[in-house]
Design a protein around this ligand. Structure first.
Ligand code: 1HE
Length: 257
């Protein structure tokens, strides 16, 4: 592989963006390799972690390649990013992002496609498309705006400013902030835990929550009831419910204890 590394720790796949000399900037060939790796990961793992090699998570779109494209090639490129990132967001597995350094432009769009984001204290977030004379094209207007809100995204794009990991956490862009250099380790622990959930529950979480979020309350509640009933009648749910009732598995932990 030219742009990615792939290894497994038990049921967790670790996917590393591996073009550090160009700050993991994403070219057309890079996105195709990511697409291939997603297929491979879905066939072998129960959860995945994506992270960046080198000093940054990802500097976004490969601007050297992009500058030579026609507008129509630009549309196709954007639509391909949508397809590939969509396979992460609405695929078979929970994905965890381990973020450090620059998480900018298309790098933030990639990070917005995963399900849980863990940033270390070196991470910073920006959408410099306005300054580059372009617009977001890898899903930020739909995904990143849903995380941080349209007003904050407008601010980032208008002013070109960067925000740190604590601000990103306050804005709902990242779920956890951890100390420098520990994001991968923490994300792998969380992914390993998620890998032990019922596969059907993980699938429902990934697919139902964002869709219900886009529905009216009334439609959302109806869909929720169908999924609740569908999951609870599975043999795996019966086994897991009985395991709790027979005290064979642990209780929910109390964070104040
Ligand atoms: C790149 C790219 C890139 C770095 N495309 N080559 N993204 C941006 O506008 C972010 C542009 N990048 C930066 O602001 C900085 O590179 C970083 C803050 C991310 C990192 O800084 P630093 O000092 O660690 O690295 P550097 O010296 O700036 O970059 C090292 C090399 O990577 C250098 O190439 P070199 O041949 O001179 O060594 C850079 O040119 C190259 N490089 N970033 C191509 N993005 C689907 S739509 C999505 C739209 C977007 O993503 S727009 C935002 C693009």
């Amino acid at each position: 592989m030219d742009y990615l590394t792939l290894e497994y720790q038990d049921q967790v796949a670790l996917v590393g963006l591996n073009r550090p000399a160009k700050r993991n900037a994403i070219s057309d060939a890079f996105i195709e390799e990511l697409n291939t790796v997603i297929t491979e990961v879905e066939s072998r793992a129960k959860a995945a972690v994506i992270y960046g090699h080198g000093p940054h998570f990802c500097a976004g779109l490969d601007l050297a390649e992009h500058v030579k494209k026609t507008p129509f090639e630009g549309v196709h490129g954007s639509r391909r990013w949508h397809e590939v990132f969509g396979r992460i967001q609405r695929g078979k597995l929970p994905w965890f992002g381990a973020l450090h350094g620059a998480v900018v432009g298309g790098g933030l769009e990639l990070a917005s496609s995963v399900h849980v984001r863990v940033a270390d204290s070196t991470a910073f977030f920006a959408l410099p498309e306005g300054q580059r004379g372009i617009f977001v094209g890898g899903g930020a207007s739909a995904r990143t705006a849903r995380l941080m809100g349209v007003s904050r995204m407008t601010d980032l794009m208008m002013t070109g400013r960067s925000v740190d990991a604590d601000t990103a956490e306050r804005w709902g862009v990242v779920n956890y902030v951890v100390s420098a250099g520990t994001a991968v380790e923490e994300a792998v622990k969380m992914a390993a835990r998620a890998a032990t959930n019922a596969e059907l529950s993980n699938y429902a979480i990934i697919h139902a929550l964002p869709r219900i979020n886009d529905m009216s309350t009334d439609d959302g509640l109806w869909v929720e009831s169908i999924i609740a009933s569908f999951t609870q009648t599975s043999p795996e749910a019966e086994e897991r419910l009985n395991a709790f009732l027979q005290k064979r598995v642990g209780k929910v932990t109390n964070p104040n204890a």
